[in-house]
Write a protein that binds this ligand. Structure first.
Ligand code: LMR
Length: 441
């Protein structure tokens, strides 16, 4: 999914120990009609700034946050700077412990759809107080303040704390959820490998920050494209957080596939279940109609038109993001945010009996013989505790497996492209074709 650029400004590094993120200098050489890039790590400095600190759960007189350098515009938004005690009020006494949700790209379109629904409690429930930790960029800081102001004006009872900043090491402090939306959209003429490198650096940095300051069991959902490989980079840079906790958002693709199947079968989309998106969030993704069901029946028993399933349906889902960009002039935002909420909900509520959901997750130990050590969308089930297990009872045929191999090959090639960001040496980028969703231009 595309979103707002979140590149940190280069400012002198204030904590050398935390300044090991990599920036690439790369040499481009073309081999026939293939793109080949060789990327080597080079040091980069990190911007550092915090704009708002949050308060504790204790009763105190309202306090203003101390600002050591007023030029940094460190301020928190009046109501979110107040301290409070949930235990002191009858109606909040039974509430759960506050959860910290960090969101990057917080001033962008996707977040604008997302934050207000998160704050309303519709995903985490009516007794779950929420702290939002919003990460923006130097460029978006005014807009980020605007977001915080609108959150204030919405008077959400469950929204207890809001902080904003441009330093992931500050913003990700104690995060229990990290929704990584911010990424640089692909500009005109930009090579896919170039985008992988630029965004990869953001996610390497954010992985390091999560590793340093987030909750040890933070659940991370990577939305910024190319989200599978960004998630891989992020988890490789966060060795102290279980790799299983990192997800690349493919739920939007699942939702799109369900809609198309419903349309073809002439049923409402709530009748479509067991839809897996396999692989990459790119045009090689595989919407699985072999295991999917309509009204409890295998799709192929309801939709007998195999040609349509293999060609039209598959391509429609694969290219839906690109078609939307043509219509809107920008990437999908509202439906992306809905699918982020769906993805979270799927992890915090038990999966309905017999069903599953798709998520891009770490492949090591997968039961399908998909290559290890990549982030690949697969069918998952959850008990609602934030964790998930991979579904074992799925079947493959030649068509499905050959498509899976293609999207796997693409992810393996992307992985080689970002070796300099995952600590696996010098990157060699040799991408067979440009199958990535177009992103905002
Ligand atoms: C989408 O699926 O809508 C987006 O990921 C497309 C894009 O390239 O931003």
């Amino acid at each position: 999914m595309a979103a707002v650029a979140e590149l940190n400004p280069s400012s002198p590094c204030k904590r050398p120990a935390l300044c090991s993120s990599l920036k690439c200098s790369y040499a481009l050489s073309r081999h026939y009609n293939r793109r080949s890039l060789f990327l080597r790590p080079a040091p980069v400095s990190r911007g550092s700034k915090i704009y708002c600190s949050v308060t504790s759960n204790e009763i105190q007189a309202p306090v203003a946050v101390k600002i050591d350098d007023p030029k940094k515009k460190a301020e928190c938004y009046g109501v979110f700077c107040l301290t409070y005690d949930l235990k002191a009020e009858e109606e909040t006494q039974s509430w759960k412990k506050l959860i910290n949700i960090a969101v990057s790209g917080a001033a962008g379109m996707i977040s604008n759809h997302l934050l207000f629904r998160l704050a309303s409690g519709e995903v985490f429930g009516p007794n779950q107080p929420i702290a939002l930790k919003l990460l923006g960029s130097q460029r978006s800081i005014q807009a980020l303040e605007g977001v915080a102001m609108e959150l204030e004006d919405s008077l959400f009872p469950l929204l207890r704390e809001v902080s904003i900043g441009i330093d992931p090491y500050e913003v990700f402090q104690d995060a229990e959820w990290a929704l990584l939306i911010g990424a640089k959209p692909r500009g005109p003429g930009m090579e896919r490998a170039g985008l992988l490198d630029i965004n990869g650096q953001i996610f390497a940095e954010q992985g390091k920050a999560l590793n340093a300051v987030a909750s040890r069991n933070v659940q991370v959902i990577v939305v910024g494209n190319p989200c599978n490989t960004n998630a891989l980079i992020c988890l490789k840079n966060a060795p102290n957080i279980p790799a299983k906790n990192f997800h690349a958002l493919t739920r939007l693709d699942e939702n799109r596939a369900k809609c198309q199947l419903a349309l073809k079968a002439g049923v409402f989309y709530d009748k479509v279940s067991n839809v897996t998106i396999w692989g990459n969030h790119s045009t090689t993704q595989v919407p699985d109609f072999l295991n999917a069901k309509i009204d409890g029946l295998p799709v192929k028993e309801v939709v007998k038109d195999t040609k349509w399933l293999e060609e039209e349906f598959t391509e429609k889902v694969q290219k839906r993001g690109g078609v939307l960009i043509q219509k809107w002039g920008r990437s999908s935002a509202a439906s992306t945010s809905v699918s982020i909420l769906d993805a979270i909900r799927s992890l915090v509520t038990p999966t309905p009996e017999g069903d599953w959901f798709s998520s891009g997750v770490y492949t090591t130990g997968n039961p399908y013989s998909i290559a290890e050590d990549i982030v690949f969308s697969m069918p998952c089930r959850s008990k609602g505790d934030g964790d998930y297990e991979l579904v074992k009872d799925v079947v493959f045929d030649d068509y499905l497996w050959s498509r899976i191999k293609k999207t796997e090959a693409e992810l393996l090639a992307e992985k080689k492209c970002v070796a300099h960001l995952t600590g696996e040496g010098v990157a060699v980028c040799d991408l067979p074709g440009d199958t990535m969703l177009p992103g905002e231009m």
